[in-house]
Each structure stands twice: as structure tokens, then as C-alpha cells.
Design a binder for this molecule. Structure first.
Ligand code: 3PG
Ligand code: MG
Length: 398
């Protein structure tokens, strides 16, 4: 962590501090339905405000393609932030230009201002110098607290760190420390649990993990592709049959790297993809032709628990079954609770991330019992894939 400057190194009193946060939160009917990301950045915002900084928040919201559009405005989010941090939050209707300049000029020490969606300017995603300079002119110092947007080399996540003295915010710091414990410099043995629907979306992830971890548990729809590649009849299950050769290559790579791949040994099969559909557990040699695997079976759960017991470190991305449909959430919940127990007992460092994964752990009621649960989706995946994260790397270099 010494490679990063943190808020401990910054003298912020009276300074205009541009803080990149991730306020890309789910909203329904104008209301924020999950404020987790706001809660995560609250400590950094409040610390800066208490230290007398003029806090200027930068964020994107959604993926607007045509400039300013009301549905992608951050204005309602300013109120949501204010509620979480219990402090007033001003709002400027543009991230650069007169409106932004005027709003910043009025700030007193300790004030907090949110600027409109950075993605309303094309220069944001292009990391265009003119836009970066216009943003930089609003501040004296840059703080990045948005790990979950750090896979983007955008003006507000990467460009600004080149123009202003740059620091990692408290959440960024915690996230990087947790990730370091998870895969960077983990205590061995390390087990990874990877689930989700498709192998095709996680090829790079699997390829990287088999070289880094001691055991890899594969569940979810993607396990069917691996099973089918070994000649198991998976009936009507979700399965990428065209990726059979790829699945075998990943297994060979794992074998060469001494990584044990743990596939399901039995399956919960249903005939309808819906909650409470009738189901039955089968061995892999008896999956019915007209059935669909919706979860891993009871023997597989025991096997996965055993792998968790053997591990000192665990990284997790993706559910083991169709967890959004009860009772096909059973294996995911059972494994998550087991990880939580081992973690609480001080026997395991557990790091999880990715959109579905966080939802699954919340559903299991154990998100708070893991060592760290990242709110990052794409950024967490790219980290697990071993890819460089531009928003993190640029902080390191300073
Ligand atoms: C996210 O929601 O994963 C981050 O905020 C990044 O958003 P993006 O995928 O639109 O860049
Ligand atoms: Mg995303």
C-alpha cells in the first residue's frame, strides 16, 4: 500500500478537492433502491469536509450517449448522498464551464458540492485533454474513491490524476488492501469460487485464476459447459456446447499449474425455470434429457464446504445456482454461510465482488461477515482477470 498516497498524506484544509466517487446506484421511480455505494464513499467525503476542504464530487450515472439527458441527471442522487452523510450537498448543473466554476467559487471550507454527470461531456469517456483541463481547473487536489470505475481510463478516473496531486480515498484504500489479501499476496491455500451463467463471459477470469489459486470451484450455468465437455449429459440445461474444447483447455491449464478444479458431482434438476418449480437431485450419470440443472446438488455442497475448510483465503465471483429463484438459491446460500462462519472464526480471509455476487451474499444475509465485499462489477472482474486497472495504476505512479 506504500505505493499509494492516501488522505493521510494530503493537506486539504481550505483546498478545493475533486473527489471521484461511484454514484452509479440502482434507481427505481426516482428513488435510490440500494445506497451501498453511497455509504462506501461517505467516510471519505465527511473526512475531507471535517478537515476543512471544499469537497467537489465527480461521478457518472448510467451510460448517456447523447449529452445531457434528464434520466441520467445526478440531481436526485445529490439528495440521496445528503441523506446518507447527513450533511447538505449542493448541486451544479454542469461538470465544467460557468455553472461549475460559479458553484465552486461560492464554496466555503467544509462545503460539499456534486457536479452533474461527467458523461454528459464526450470528453469524459475519451479522456480528452480539453475536458480533463477544464475539470482540473476546478480543483487543487484529486482524490479517487471509485475503485468500481477504475477499469475505465476516463477523464475523471484517470486523466485528472495526471494533472493534479492525486490520492486514494478511504474506500479505494480499503478495497486495494482487501484485493491484495485476496489475490495479490494471499495466504495459501487460496480457493476461488466462480459461478454465473456463461463460460464465454469469464474466459479470461478462469484462465488467470487457474494459475493463481490452489483450487477453483466452478458452479452455476458455466459448470454445465465443463461437465458436458467431459461427456456428461446435461439435458436441457444452459450450456455452451461450442465451448467444450475451451473448457478442456482450461482444465489442462489448471492441471499443469497444480490447481484443482472442483466441478459439481451431482445436480438439482427442475423442468421449469421458475421459483418453487418441482425438482429432484440426480447424480451426473442420470440427468434426465428433458431436465434443467438449476443448482449444484447436496454432495457437491459438501465437497465445496470441504474446499472452503481447506483454504486460508477465498475469492468469490458468481452464484452457484439460479439463486434468484427459491429454492435454487440453496447451494449459494449454504456455501456463503459456511464462508461467513469460517471468516468469523478467524480462519479465512474472504473477498467477494461482482453485481450478482453481492446480491447473492445479501440474500444469504452474510455480506457483512465476509472480510471484504466489493461493490465493483466490471472493475472487480477485470482485477480477477489480472488486467491492469487504469484508475488504480495512475495513482500508483504518483
Ligand atoms: C459500474 O456500475 O460498474 C461502474 O460504475 C462503472 O460503470 P460503467 O460500466 O458504465 O463504466
Ligand atoms: Mg458495469
Amino acid at each position: 500500500m506504500t505505493a499509494f498516497k492516501t488522505l493521510d498524506d494530503a493537506d486539504v484544509s481550505g483546498k478545493r478537492v475533486l473527489v471521484r466517487v461511484d454514484l452509479n446506484v440502482p434507481v427505481a421511480n426516482g428513488e435510490v433502491t440500494d445506497a451501498t455505494r453511497i455509504e462506501r464513499v461517505a467516510p471519505t467525503i465527511l473526512e475531507l469536509s471535517k478537515k476543512g476542504a471544499k469537497v467537489i464530487l465527480l461521478a457518472h450515472f448510467g451510460r448517456p450517449k447523447d449529452g445531457p439527458t434528464p434520466e441520467f441527471s445526478l440531481k436526485p442522487i445529490a439528495q440521496a448522498v445528503s441523506k446518507v452523510i447527513d450533511h447538505s450537498v449542493q448541486f451544479a448543473e454542469d461538470s465544467i464551464g460557468d455553472k461549475a466554476v460559479e458553484a465552486v467559487a461560492k464554496l466555503r471550507n467544509g462545503d460539499i458540492l456534486l457536479l452533474e454527470n461527467t458523461r454528459f461531456h464526450k470528453g469524459e469517456e475519451k479522456n480528452d485533454q480539453a475536458y480533463v483541463k477544464a475539470l482540473a481547473a476546478l480543483g487543487d487536489i484529486y482524490v479517487n474513491d471509485a475503485f468500481s470505475a477504475a477499469h475505465r481510463a476516463h477523464a475523471s478516473t484517470e486523466g485528472l490524476a495526471r494533472l493534479l496531486p492525486a490520492y486514494a480515498g478511504r474506500t479505494m484504500e480499503a478495497e486495494l488492501q482487501a484485493l491484495e489479501k485476496g489475490l495479490g499476496n494471499p495466504k495459501r491455500p487460496v480457493v476461488a469460487i466462480v459461478g454465473g451463467a456463461k463460460v464465454s463471459s469469464k474466459l479470461d477470469l478462469l484462465g488467470n485464476l487457474v494459475q493463481k489459486v490452489d483450487a477453483l470451484v466452478i458452479g452455476g450455468g458455466m459448470a454445465n459447459t465443463f461437465l458436458a465437455a467431459q461427456g456428461v449429459n446435461v439435458g436441457k440445461s444452459l450450456c455452451e456446447h461450442d465451448l467444450a474444447a475451451t473448457a478442456r483447455e482450461i482444465m489442462a491449464k489448471a492441471n499443469a499449474a497444480n490447481c484443482t478444479i472442483i466441478l459439481p458431482v451431482d445436480a438439482i434438476v427442475a423442468w421449469h425455470f421458475e421459483a418453487n418449480a418441482p425438482f429432484h437431485a440426480y447424480g451426473l450419470d442420470a440427468i434426465p434429457d428433458d431436465g434443467m440443472i438449476l443448482d449444484v446438488g447436496p454432495q457437491s455442497i459438501e465437497r465445496i464446504k470441504g474446499a472452503i475448510d481447506d483454504a486460508s483465503t477465498l475469492v468469490w465471483n458468481g452464484p452457484l445456482g439460479a439463486f434468484e429463484l427459491h429454492p435454487f438459491d440453496h447451494a449459494t446460500v449454504a456455501a456463503a454461510r459456511h464462508v461467513a462462519e469460517r471468516t468469523k472464526a478467524g480462519q479465512l480471509v474472504s473477498v467477494a465482488g461482482g453485481g450478482d455476487t453481492v446480491a447473492a451474499l445479501n440474500h444469504a444475509g452474510v455480506a457483512d461477515d465476509f472480510t471484504y465485499v466489493s461493490t465493483a462489477g466490471g472493475a472487480f472482474l477485470e482485477w480477477m482477470e489480472g488486467k491492469p486497472l487504469p484508475g488504480v495504476d495512475v495513482l500508483k505512479k504518483r
